[in-house]
Design a protein. Sequence first.
Length: 194
Amino acid sequence: MDPWSADVELASATDWHSVGLVLAGLGAFLIGIAVLARGHRGLVSELLGARARGLVRLREVLFQRALLVVGFLWLAAGFAFELAGHLHPVATPSFPVAWAGAILVATLALLGLAWAWALRAARAAVRQHLQRAPRDLAADMGLARELGELFGVESRPDDTVETYVERVERAAGLPERPRGAGRPQTAFDFGDDD
């Protein structure tokens, strides 16, 4: 018996239609989670302009987008595998346990990477924004606490406003701001029309 024919028989015994159904079902589930993850309370607070946990919410929104991408990828791949199953039917279809396990492991790995990417992307976007438009964090402790939560800076019992803000700025990679004089002066460019 030819060693290559065993691989052909094994490949032809795979029920691609069932693999496609597993992928499409998982993709639809991930899309559903991404769309329905924000409950009615989150929507109401967003519509009413509540800023509570706004920066941490950015990470959740980015993760929801990643869920949508993975869900659509799995859904499209599922339809492709179902088409392959239709074109190459098997005599005795059976549930592809090994494929389902591999798909589940791949999904969990992708979602773990998406969660890490969402944190990194949220931190980078906030850092970039604050470098372009600096804020006096000592004057806006609500924002300082949100930044501390986003960048993993815990407040300590011996913290003062200044020490906490300095640690948040250091963790966020922001340039040090002058202290004591209030908000830094900003230069305005009115443009020279002459």
